[in-house]
Design a protein around this ligand. Structure first.
Ligand SMILES: [Zn+2]
Length: 215
């Protein structure tokens, strides 16, 4: 198994908490937490392992990947394959206007905290910020239109380097974090996320690797 367990809220390794009835893990700083499963590097074999470790939960990738773009990172949160509660993917490439771009996609059950970590917000759930406002952008998950609201990261120190949008998808929070901030313009009605958790052979054609984003 090349996936290592660490904390959802920081990069510290975690250990199983033997007495926890919910089967959680223990972070030295954050106490009981769900385990985040992360591969040492992005590869086809590690991605297959990631999908196996999160098989009851969607893993969304922007689809199709543009020429020169690759899958640079992925992770899953959960205490077993059937108990996954969040997934993360990142694709990286270049756009004419922005130069090098990272696009992080996080899908999570409310309260998990992974989206907030990647976005550098001080709250776990974006709900309070996005009510009573029109959405900033609409994208698609397969053929379904999904509304996303811009989420402020200005309360966190020096985090103006990214754009964050979030919304609800299938009863879960969907977060998209784009670096640099100007890359937000890549999103639109024709921008599609696809659940690749059951994709099979087509996965072999996905390019993996390249510099990983920090989150
Ligand atoms: Zn921690």
């Amino acid at each position: 198994m090349s996936l290592a367990a660490s904390c959802v809220r920081c990069s510290a390794p975690v250990l199983e908490a033997p007495d926890d009835p919910l089967g959680r893990w223990a972070c030295p700083e954050h106490g009981l937490t769900h385990a985040l499963w992360h591969a040492e590097e992005a590869s086809y074999a590690a991605f297959a392992e990631h999908l196996g470790a999160s098989r009851a939960f969607p893993t969304y990738l922007p689809w199709p990947l543009g020429p020169g773009w690759s899958v640079t990172d992925f992770a899953a949160v959960g205490d077993g394959p059937e108990q996954a509660r969040a997934t993360l993917t990142c694709i990286s490439g270049t756009s004419e206007l922005d130069g090098p771009v990272d696009v992080l996609v996080v899908l999570e059950e409310a309260g998990t905290g992974l989206g907030a970590r990647c976005a550098s917000t001080r709250y776990d759930d974006p709900g309070t910020e996005i009510i009573h406002r029109p959405p900033a952008v609409r994208i698609r998950i397969d053929s379904l239109s999904v509304s996303l609201w811009d989420v402020s990261t200005s309360s966190a120190d020096g985090e103006f380097d990214r754009s964050v949008v979030a919304g609800e998808a299938g009863g879960r929070w969907l977060w998209i974090v784009l670096r640099p901030a100007s890359a937000l313009l890549l999103l639109g009605d024709d921008w599609i996320l696809r659940d690749v958790s059951r994709l099979g052979p087509q996965l072999v054609e996905l390019p993996f690797g390249g510099p990983r984003p920090t989150w």
